[in-house]
Design a protein. Structure first.
Length: 239
């Protein structure tokens, strides 16, 4: 299984997911370019270039077929990978995914790019969750520390320009996702303030869509038990 994180996050976003799903299978979480421990300089930030990088990693790890889980921008990358190499993807789980519609919270994107002080970071990070108490001091400090690293502001700006130009999502692939000939499910928070839940609801007549109540943009952290259960069930149904 491969876990792909979203814009401005890193592999630690899967801290409640990776251990729970690693029973009986190999579960890999990557830091995308410009994020976490990966190189901060990138030539291009478009989905096709990122899929090529993920492909390179999978080939280096000797992985031919996998279950794919993507959150937010990572969901957009996962979609592009599944569309370009459907034979490689056993199942696809999209969590609060990008690339399913044009709308996105431009205030969040701009605020995340600009946040340099604790108060600014707290205000923007609260948009991610249903319960503001989940935005811990450690979470805020980790984000600010990451943003001070050489190359990070430029990398984040490049991602934002490519994926969310003028406060809109560049790519909408909902029809292509609905037509995929592989098991796909969508998980979303009812109270998502970053990407509207309507993007998930619009696919409910084509795919299994799970809307979690009292949940924001981070279902895998806010409702980890339920998200893990849904991912396991999709995988086991294909066994």
């Amino acid at each position: 299984m491969l876990l792909l994180h979203g814009f401005g996050a890193d592999l630690n976003t899967w801290m409640f997911t990776q251990p729970a799903l690693a029973e009986g299978r190999r579960v890999i979480a990557l830091d995308l370019p410009g994020h976490g421990g990966s190189a901060k300089q990138l030539d291009r930030a478009d989905a096709e270039s990122l899929v090529a990088i993920v492909d390179h990693a999978l080939n280096a790890l000797g992985i031919e077929r996998l279950h794919l889980v993507g959150h937010s921008m990572g969901g957009g990358i996962a979609i592009s990978l599944a569309l370009s190499e459907p034979e490689r993807v056993a199942t696809l789980t999209l969590i609060s995914s990008a690339s399913l519609g044009p709308e996105i919270n431009a205030v969040f994107i701009d605020g995340f790019l600009r946040a340099a002080r604790r108060r600014e970071a707290v205000e923007v990070l609260k948009l991610l969750v249903h319960d503001p108490a989940l935005v811990s001091r450690t979470m805020v400090e980790d984000v600010l520390r990451y943003k001070r690293l050489d190359g990070v502001p430029e990398a984040l700006a490049a991602f934002a320009k490519e994926w969310f130009p003028d406060g809109r999502q560049r790519v909408a692939l909902s029809d292509a996702v609905a037509a995929l000939k592989l098991p796909v499910q969508i998980i979303w928070g009812r109270d998502d303030r970053i990407i509207p839940v309507a993007h998930a609801e619009g696919l409910a007549s084509h795919l299994p869509v799970h809307i979690l109540e009292q949940t924001g943009h981070l279902p895998h952290m806010e409702r980890a038990g339920e998200v893990n259960r849904l991912i396991k069930r999709l995988i086991e149904n294909q066994a």
